[in-house]
Structure formats: structure tokens, C-alpha cells
Ligand binder design. Structure first.
Ligand code: FAD
Length: 413
């Protein structure tokens, strides 16, 4: 390590914070993690673990453990309500044997959090909600909800998720715009593995979208396969949905995909479905003075391309590399923002551009989607670009090259 060990604060023990803490501590730094939840547990629904995220988990030595709880996903199938295929993208087009995994968010959390507990050089402080970053000449000070100060630290990593409201005193620019649409989520047992092997979406216009993602096994029941169902909905229609006719909605789901009848059968009340609203967080740079924003806190986006956790893992890996390479913390952070720019800009742009084709009240956009996407998916060059985008490795629209992920990680059978 070129420089003296740093004293680093990490706010949030989610995907980005836990991965960054592990990598920085393994590089010899002293890391203090502050997590708002007093007893964090494996909550959430299905997420996609893409080849990019797998590469970082392999570096952490956690991939085998995580994918053992996941379900292999070979392709994305998107059909209209009339059964017309508009997208069928297979990871096989990458030509290197890679694929995705459907995973319960809790399985990823459990693996990272357990590793944190065993990592030398990491102190985890639970039940501490950081409310304010206070600039001092010696570095940022963290003020928590009880009014206690922590620090100062040589480097502060803000990784407190999509709801982050932490600013520094220097006014590092950060804008937050809620998406008008989000999704209702439900996780159900799928003992017969009816939804095996693919992420399946059924769309009707852009006002209706149903998705089914095999989700591996339950964090507390390794023998129980799960499937996650998501139902697109505009945020201002959620209340009406909750007070509406649940039976009619179940019938609609079953009509769109008969196999989904078994998934919704276990829902007795609309309140059992959890609503996730999406936010678009934009920062021109992801760093300030001795402070850096990672994961959803830095670049929350719609999950249309299934990248949230994967981008968070990539952020952590690139930050650790930049800190290792640059003895000066602020130079390391400038290098970090530069290194992440193309990858993050691409996914922020692509999700913002694509989401209204799948989630909006537009008549025109879904028509263009239904006409254009089958054509794009049939042409070898655009097809390969679309698969690279799905895999998390794309960095631009036209003349870009995909990220070099190195050889696919080797996993025991
Ligand atoms: C409860 C939950 C459920 C989710 N479910 C899904 C899902 O089903 N599907 C999906 O695609 N994505 C889901 N996500 C989002 C997905 O996990 C993220 O895109 C991805 O993990 C990015 O990681 P992150 O570390 O940036 O944020 P997160 O994983 O959200 O982690 C942020 C962490 O910071 C902590 N925190 C927040 N505020 C403070 C504070 N002021 N001080 C200290 N700590 C703080 C939080 O408690 C959390 O542990 C979920 C996130 C959460 C928190």
C-alpha cells in the first residue's frame, strides 16, 4: 500500500457500503461503518445479479456463497399481452458462458454482512443514523440523530441508499427527482420452479407490466425456491389499488400469465404487496472534499435494467482501486469520479430513456417499442449491445466498448 492507512467512515451497511468496507479494510485501512438500522436483516425482494456484480463478489470471495442461494437466469423474455415476443435476450450472446442470477436481496445482504463481521479492521456501529456531514479542517465529522459527533475521518463514504439526504457543507451538487411510476412487489414460494431460467415480462401498452423473476432460495429457508412478482403502477394510483378489487387484479394477472395464478393465490390483502417508488439521483461528480457518494445515494435509478446492486458493487471495487493507486485522498476521489463516469452516465441515461417505453401513459412509446425492439433484437450488432447492457457491462450507445470483466469466475458445481 503506497500511503499510510486511512481512517475511513462508511455511512450505510447496504450493498455499496458493505462491499467498500470489506475491500478498503482488506487493503489495510481502518474502517468504521455506521448503519441506521439497529438490527439489520435480510429484507427485500428479487434482484438481478449481473456478470458485473458477480466479478466484484468473486474478488471479495463471496460469489460461490451468494450464487448458491440464487437461481441461474439465462435470458430476458418480454412479450405483449397478445403473446407477441418483443425481446428475447440471452446471455449466451456474450459468448463467454456468463449468465445472470435471480437473487433475494436478503441473500446478498446476509453474505456481505456476515463477511463484515469477520473482517479485521472494520468496526460496525449499528443503530446510528447519520444526519449531517460537518466540514472541519481535519476532515468531515459525522453528526448522528442523537446529536453525537463521530470523526473526523480521512475519508467519508456516503452509501446510505436511494433515500439519502446527506449533503456536505460545500454544497456538492446532487439532484433527486422521483419517478412518477414504481412497482408493487410480492415474493412467493415456487417449489415446482415454474419460473425457472428467465426474467419474464408481459406488457400491455406502457400502462401495464407484469414481471416474474426466479429469486433463488429464502434467506432463512435454503430448501425453498422463491419467485418475485412485480407489477408496474403509477405512484399516485397505489392508494386506489389498495382500496380496489383485489380479486379483479388477481384475475388480470392470471389472464396475462396463467402460471402466475399460483403466485398471487397467496395474497389475501393488497397491503401485503410492497410498493417501491423509484428516484433518479444525479450528481455531476460523485465526490466532494474527502467525501464520496456510492451506490443508490450517488445514482439511484429506475430498476428497469436491473442494475442497482451491481453498480453499487462496481462503485466499491473502483473506489478501493483508486484509493490504492493515489496516496492523496482527494486525488483518489477525482480519479474515482473519472473512472466511473462512462459506466454510470450510460446506465443513468439508458434507464431514464427506456423507462417511459415500459412505464408511462404514452400510447406512442409502447407502439414504437413493439415495432422497434424486435427489429433491434434481430440485428447481430444491436442485439449484442442490448445483451451487454443487460449484463451491466455497457458504457455507451454507439462507439463504446463494453467493460472488460476478465475471464468468467470459476464456480464449483
Ligand atoms: C430494505 C431495502 C429493500 C430493497 N429491495 C430491493 C428489491 O427488492 N429489488 C431491488 O432491485 N432493489 C432493492 N433494494 C435496492 C437495492 O438493494 C439497491 O439498488 C442496491 O442494494 C444499492 O445498494 P446501496 O448500498 O446503495 O443501498 P442500500 O442497499 O439501500 O443500503 C443503504 C443502507 O444505508 C442505511 N442507511 C440509510 N440512511 C442512513 C443514515 N442516515 N445513516 C446510516 N445508515 C443509513 C440503510 O439502512 C441501508 O442499510 C432495496 C433496498 C433496501 C434498503
Amino acid at each position: 500500500m503506497p500511503q499510510a492507512p486511512l481512517h475511513i467512515a462508511i455511512i450505510g451497511a447496504g450493498t455499496a457500503g458493505a462491499a467498500a468496507a470489506l475491500l478498503l479494510a482488506r487493503a489495510g485501512h481502518r474502517v468504521a461503518v455506521f448503519e441506521a438500522v439497529a438490527d439489520p436483516g435480510p429484507v427485500g425482494a428479487g434482484i438481478m445479479l449481473q456478470p458485473t456484480g458477480q466479478t466484484v463478489l468473486a474478488r471479495l470471495g463471496l460469489l460461490q456463497d451468494v450464487v448458491a442461494r440464487g437461481h441461474r437466469v439465462d435470458h430476458l423474455l418480454c412479450e405483449t399481452n397478445n403473446g407477441r415476443k418483443i425481446l428475447d435476450l440471452s446471455y449466451a450472446a456474450l459468448g463467454d458462458g456468463r449468465h445472470g442470477y435471480g437473487l433475494h436481496r436478503g441473500a446478498l445482504f446476509a453474505a456481505l454482512f456476515a463477511a463484515l463481521g469477520q473482517q479485521t479492521g472494520v468496526g460496525v456501529h449499528l443503530g446510528i443514523e447519520v444526519r449531517k456531514l460537518v466540514t472541519t479542517p481535519k476532515g468531515p465529522l459525522l453528526r448522528d440523530a442523537a446529536g453525537n459527533d463521530h470523526g473526523p475521518f480521512d475519508l467519508t463514504v456516503v452509501a446510505d441508499g436511494a433515500g439519502s439526504d446527506l449533503h456536505d457543507d460545500q454544497g456538492t451538487p446532487r439532484t433527486v427527482k422521483p419517478y412518477p411510476w414504481g412497482a408493487l412487489w410480492w415474493v412467493a414460494p415456487d417449489p415446482e420452479l415454474r419460473f425457472s431460467g428467465r426474467l419474464h415480462q408481459i406488457v400491455h401498452g406502457a400502462h401495464t407490466m407484469l414481471g416474474l423473476l426466479p429469486t433463488g432460495t429464502a434467506p432463512d429457508r435454503p430448501d425453498l425456491p422463491l419467485v418475485s412478482l412485480f407489477w408496474s403502477i403509477r405512484a399516485d394510483r397505489v392508494d386506489a389499488f389498495r382500496h380496489g378489487d383485489l380479486g379483479a387484479w388477481k384475475a388480470r394477472v392470471s389472464q396475462l400469465l396463467p402460471a402466475a395464478a399460483a403466485v398471487v393465490a397467496g395474497i389475501d390483502s393488497a397491503d401485503q404487496l410492497l410498493f417501491a417508488r423509484y428516484r433518479d439521483v444525479v450528481m455531476p461528480n460523485w465526490h466532494g472534499d474527502r467525501t464520496v457518494w456510492l451506490g443508490d445515494a450517488a445514482h439511484a435509478m429506475s430498476p428497469q435494467l436491473g442494475q442497482g446492486a451491481n453498480l453499487a458493487l462496481c462503485d466499491a471495487a473502483v473506489l478501493a482501486d483508486c484509493v490504492a493507486k493515489h496516496p492523496d485522498v482527494n486525488q483518489a476521489l477525482v480519479a474515482y469520479s473519472r473512472a466511473r463516469r462512462r459506466h454510470l452516465d450510460y446506465y443513468q441515461w439508458a434507464t431514464r430513456a427506456l423507462t417511459p417505453f415500459f412505464q408511462s401513459d404514452s400510447q406512442l412509446l409502447p407502439w414504437l417499442r413493439d415495432v422497434g425492439m424486435p427489429v433491434a433484437g434481430a440485428l447481430p450488432w444491436t442485439r449484442r449491445k442490448m445483451v451487454a447492457a443487460m449484463a451491466g457491462a455497457e458504457t455507451g450507445l454507439l462507439l463504446s466498448s463494453a467493460l472488460d470483466l476478465g475471464p468468467p469466475p470459476r464456480l464449483e458445481a
